[in-house]
Design a protein around this ligand. Structure first.
Ligand code: AMP
Length: 434
């Protein structure tokens, strides 16, 4: 048993995972750029109050799942309560307000990539530290902004090879029509309150909308006939929703109206959605998001509409692995620099260093292993060539270049070796993608 283990629910991502991670995050970034998004990096730590305010005190995330601690204050004083971000949006909105991004051309289209922390009950595909790709369009109330967010999510998953993609979509209204719906839902559920699952009884008091997307078995029979929020939308929310659905239809993007989709965060207004697809088991979201027109104002900024989504990278990687999707290998040095003897070691180190400064990939042997062992290493690392400096080469100022695949070798001057390396290995071809 190792003395130290990773924190429960948190995992190491090992080097063999790098190709698929790099493929997924690379696709996310390149598609975001294709849509005209720019990157914003915000700190992992924010003040606890930001999430309490932005995400909502009564949400599962804020009430149970945040990693918060009291920072050290000035001498003798208690510091501020800080929290590891449990989602991106609140921090991005704080940054938008604090850095005056509202005075730049609107809307601002921003994406982020990084670690998220939630103290959830660890289970398959539910970690306490995981990674999200997040995108926001801030400063436009146009349904086309909602559409762009949906299309960004759709394009990403489609390009990664996901099958049977389908949006689950709903509207949660605005501060005018949402409360009317919540009242109707409470009135409808009240007679069944005692029969609901205990957590849902509690939700009915504190956050009634969440009862709608309850997974609790006892609650299900009472949800089938619950009122639909779409019947309560005011004209503006209805027009917004219909325009968005019209675009989806015109583009042939599959969607299903899901009356029970409300999502976990308090800040949503109008559109909420999840993207479902093959690979995560029945009815599991690949990603989700929605519109949050009141959030920036709630956090002290000017009234500003916004819409966004977040995708979990671990889940995407899981599905790709399950489905046997192959991704390109990452570039590796094609040349191994081997040596024999201490004096040659110095020359070998200098040769490898010179090549790398010229943009050419090279590995070097460590620990004074035998030449035979160095050749074995070269092969194991997948190098195509070995440059050997032994006592003879050292004396002559030369290098022996061995082509492993052809089992051919030739000795050449350092200058001709340099010229060969530049021509055969330089730039992109210095790194293999075999
Ligand atoms: P949410 O912010 O809860 O809407 O989550 C957005 C996406 O993040 C989900 O669709 C998942 O892909 C991913 N996600 C959420 N929670 C977790 C978790 N605990 N572990 C891994 N991925 C998660």
């Amino acid at each position: 048993m190792p003395k130290f283990k990773s924190v429960k629910g948190m995992q190491d991502i090992l080097p063999e995972e790098e190709p698929v991670w790099s493929h997924v995050t690379g696709a996310a970034v390149s598609i975001a750029r294709r849509f005209g998004f720019a990157k914003i990096d915000t700190p992992v730590l924010e003040s606890t109050a930001l999430f309490a305010r932005g995400v909502g005190e009564d949400t599962d995330i804020v009430s149970k799942e945040m990693y918060s601690f009291i920072d050290r204050g000035r001498e003798g004083e208690q510091g501020e309560s800080l929290t590891l971000r449990p989602e991106f949006t609140a921090g991005v909105m704080r940054a938008y307000i604090e850095n005056g991004l509202s005075s730049r051309p609107q809307p601002q289209k921003l994406y982020s990539l990084g670690a998220i922390f939630r103290r959830e009950r660890p289970q398959k595909l539910r970690y306490r530290q995981f990674n999200q790709f997040n995108a926001e369009i801030i400063g436009s109330a146009d349904p086309v902004a909602d559409l762009e967010i949906l299309l960004l999510a759709y394009t990403l998953h489609k390009e990664l090879g996901f099958k049977n993609l389908n949006f689950q979509i709903n509207s949660t209204g605005d501060p005018e029509c949402k409360p009317r719906y919540i009242e109707a839902l409470k009135a409808y559920l009240a007679p069944y309150a005692e029969k609901l699952a205990p957590t849902d009884r509690d939700r009915l008091q504190r956050n009634p909308l969440r009862v709608l997307d309850s997974k609790e078995r006892e609650t299900q029979p009472y949800l089938a006939d619950a009122p639909h929020i779409l019947d309560y939308l005011n004209d503006e929310c209805r027009a917004h929703f219909n325009e968005l659905l019209g675009y989806l239809e015109a583009l042939g993007i599959p969607y299903t109206l899901n009356h029970r989709l409300v999502r976990g965060l308090d800040y949503y207004t109008k559109t909420v959605f999840e993207l479902w697809g093959e690979g995560l088991g029945a009815q599991a979201a690949l990603c989700g998001g929605g519109r949050y027109d009141g959030l920036i104002e709630l956090l002290g900024g000017p009234p500003t509409p916004g819409v966004g989504f977040a995708a979990g990278i671990e889940r995407i990687v899981h599905v790709m692995r399950e489905q046997g999707v192959t991704v390109p290998a990452l570039p590796q040095p094609r040349l191994f620099v081997a040596y024999q003897g201490d004096a040659a070691k110095q020359a070998a180190v200098a040769l490898a260093s010179d090549l790398r400064l010229r943009g050419i990939g090279a590995r070097i042997a460590f620990d004074g292993r035998s030449l035979k062992a160095q050749f074995r290493d070269a092969d194991r690392y997948g190098c195509a060539y070995v440059a050997v400096i032994g006592p003879d080469e050292l004396a002559a100022g030369s290098v022996t270049l061995r082509d492993l695949a052809r089992s051919a070798q030739q000795t050449m001057t350092r200058e001709s070796f340099g010229a060969w390396a530049l021509q055969a290995l330089a730039a992109r071809s210095a790194l293999t993608v075999s």
